[in-house]
Structures are given as C-alpha cells and as structure tokens.
Ligand binder design. Sequence first.
Ligand code: UDP
Ligand code: MG
Length: 365
Amino acid sequence: MADTNTDTPLEQQEPQHPHKPPPPQQRTTPRQQQRPPGGQQQQQRQVQAVQQNQPRWMDLTVLVPLYNEEESLRELYQQLRGTLSRMNMRYELLFVDDGSSDRSFQVLRDLKRHDNHLKIIRFRRNYGKSAALSVGFEKAQGNLLVTLDADLQDDPAEIPALKRKLDEGFDLVSGWKKVRHDPLTKTIPSRLFNTVTSLLTGIRIHDFNCGLKIYRRDVVKSIKVYGELHRYIPVLAGWEGFRIGELVVRHRPRKYGKTKFGVGRFWRGFLDLLTTIFTTRYFRRPLHLFGLWGLLAVLTGVVIDGWLVVEWYLGLTSLGNRPLFLGGILLVIVGIQFISIGLLGEMISKSQTAHEEYVIKDFIR
Ligand code: UDP
Ligand code: MG
C-alpha cells in the first residue's frame, strides 16, 4: 500500500519516542508507586477484556455431528476440503463422534493423520445430536460456524452461499430443503411440524430442522442446546434477539446407512416444543404459567361449588346427586396442584441450574 504521508518527516509522524522519559508531571514518586495502583487495575481489566474476546484464531469452524456414518465420512471430508480450500479462510473441521459403534472414529483418525485442520471429539456413548452440537459449539474456535450432517444429505458446496447470505446482516442463516429427498413418511409430518412451530413461536422460517446452518460466534456461545432441542435452534436464537435468515439449499438422498431418528422423532419433537417455550419464556418465572391456570381452575371450582351450596341451602337441590359438585372439587384440587408446581418451579429456578454433562472420551486436536 502506498504511504500517503510522504510529506511529513518520520520523526514528526511518531506521536512519542518510545524511550523518551515521561513529562515531569507524569512521573511517579516512590510514594505513589507504593499506593495500590489504580492504573494497574485498569490494565488488568483491559487484559481480561482482550482475553474474553480471544481466542479468535479461526475464521470458520465446520462442525459435523455423526453417529455411525463410517461409509460417508471420507467422501464428505473430500467435498468439504474442496469447498473450504477455495474459500481462502482459516478453518477447522470439527467432527463430533456421538458414540458410534462402527468404524467412524477410526476413519476420522486416519484422515487426521494427513490434515491438521481436522479435530475429533469422541463421546463415550451415544448422547444424541443435540449433545454433539452443544459440545461442538463450546469447543469451536471459529468466528463463524457451519453445521452440517455427516450423511452427505447436506451439500458442502452450499457453504459459500450461506456465508454470503449471513453477510447480508443475519446472525444465523438456516438452510431450507425446499426440494427434499426423503420418504413421504418423513416429509409430511415434517411439514406439519414446521408449520406448527412457525405459528407457535413467531419465527417465520420453513425448515427448522435443517442440518445445514451458518452461525456467528455470538449465537453459538450464547444458546444452550440439550435434550433434542437441536430442532429448535432458530427459535432459541431468535428469542435471544438474533436475526434469523433462511436460504434454499440443495438436499440429497441418503446414500449410505439409514436415518438415526425413528417415528418417535415427531411426538418427542412436539414435547420439545413445549420445553422450548417453557424454558425460554417461563424459565425464570414458572409461576406465571402454572399460577395462571391454577388460579383459573380454583376460581372456576369455587364458583361452581359455591353456587351449588347456595342452591342446596335454599333447598333447591341435594348435593349427593350432582356430579358437577365433584367436578368443582376436582377443579379446586387440580388448581392448587398447579400453583404448587409453579411454586416448586420457582424454587428450582432460583437455585443453581445444573447443566448436563457429557463424557468426552477423546479430543484429538
Ligand atoms: N446424529 C448424531 N447422533 C444421533 C443421531 C444422529 O450425531 O444420536 C447425526 C447423524 O449422524 C447425522 C445427523 O445427526 O450426521 C442427522 O441424522 P440423520 O441423517 O439420521 O437424520 P435425518 O436426516 O433423518 O433427519
Ligand atoms: Mg440425514
């Protein structure tokens, strides 16, 4: 780059000579040096701030959760290498082996021998995709992070397009498998799941559970994915205030092996939606959710029974043959239980929240 300051002599460009003594008023007396130096604290704070922003020595982490995908791994690795080498970024490839019982780990270790970009985490047992993502998020060193499935259904060639979309001003861009290569038993419930999730959560995207996504570092470090909440990552991030984008991506049929999620995925998926709503919206104030329904139930029960008791008092009815009276009592009991659950929830949420621990068997960097 051309130096635009060529007119000014070098000495004048330098604000201060490095070895010049400080001006007299800035010199510290021995007495001043003994005092607890305020400047030192400030320096420490600065160092801490720098450390908190560190480490930032990678531009991109590609995170691949995998469970028994031995046939796909080499091919996936070659495709990833091809795309990433063209992108001119400092990157790491982080594979999280979610307790595979096949040769996945050995295949990865062989690949690692020739490539320092590769990092492998191996779980002691199968914890699930969310756990694999969660640990990957924690260990990732990239400023950006891309996730994709290991089964070759997601195309690594989409990564540059995802990054361009992110640069339009998003914090997370999720792939949209508009044309899907999956059996109908999977695509139809999935469409239902996506519609309901979008309606209930207010996050307007079409494909919540696409494995292919790109994130900014802040997103990855601030959301907590556990259980089977990986399906709701855009919801968790959107509710944290991050900007969520979407990009149509190419989807391919599964070439080897079979899906790791059976039909159970759908009912578990909807229960997880409840968990997501509860833990993000009501996590710190469970009584607001349970208390409201509890109070409503108690009030309805009291009104019904109160009215029946008045009728009985006036001699208009006998309570013995009125099932409604029992219904009122039931409402009161259920209502009190709801309120109690809410209070218990409050107590739990006020005490320390424990995080799930995953046992890492190997971490090869
Ligand atoms: N996966 C995982 N742990 C599991 C189940 C799946 O890491 O317990 C990985 C799997 O290897 C794949 C991705 O998650 O890389 C998506 O799984 P799959 O292709 O079976 O899901 P589908 O495409 O049927 O939704
Ligand atoms: Mg798949």
